[in-house]
Design a protein around this ligand. Structure first.
Ligand code: RB5
Length: 136
């Protein structure tokens, strides 16, 4: 599993904390986000993350912008991407358990400790009860 992370200028500070956490915990990761608070176009970064997520079904993506909304909209335009815009730990868990989300998006303005809990829950929760949640 590779974790691909992407951020715009509004997600830069939080991205640094998440990368430190992922490295400290020895996750395999790729950072395709911007590396400053200088304004960038977030849809381009969302696409980079999603294209890389789609190279392996075990990959997961993390998107951070001002609200998480723009990144999630951009991500969900891409076939094969199931991006959940999350604000609570429960939403993160359920996005994996029920929706098999392969990408989450959240605001760069949330607390670092909450963001790290999101990341941990996202990585360590699996899709469950496929019969129920994959009915046509
Ligand atoms: C960037 O100006 C801002 O629109 C972006 O960070 C995000 O909040 C979009 O949803």
């Amino acid at each position: 599993m590779k974790i691909i992370i992407g951020n715009d200028h509004n997600g830069y500070e939080l991205k640094k904390e998440i990368i430190k956490y992922l490295k400290d915990n020895r996750y395999y990761l790729e950072d395709v986000g911007c590396d400053s608070v200088e304004s960038v176009d977030y849809p381009l970064i969302a696409k980079k993350v999603c294209d890389e997520v789609l190279t392996d079904e075990d990959n997961l993506g993390i998107l951070i912008c001002g609200t998480g909304i723009g990144m999630s909209i951009a991500a969900n335009r891409i076939k094969g991407i199931r991006c959940a815009k999350v604000s609570t730990e429960d939403e993160v868990a359920l996005s994996r358990l029920h929706n098999n989300a392969n990408v989450i998006a959240f605001s760069g303005r949330i607390d670092k400790s909450l963001a790290l809990r999101f990341v941990d829950k996202f990585i360590n929760t699996s899709f469950s009860n496929k019969e129920r949640h994959m009915k046509k």
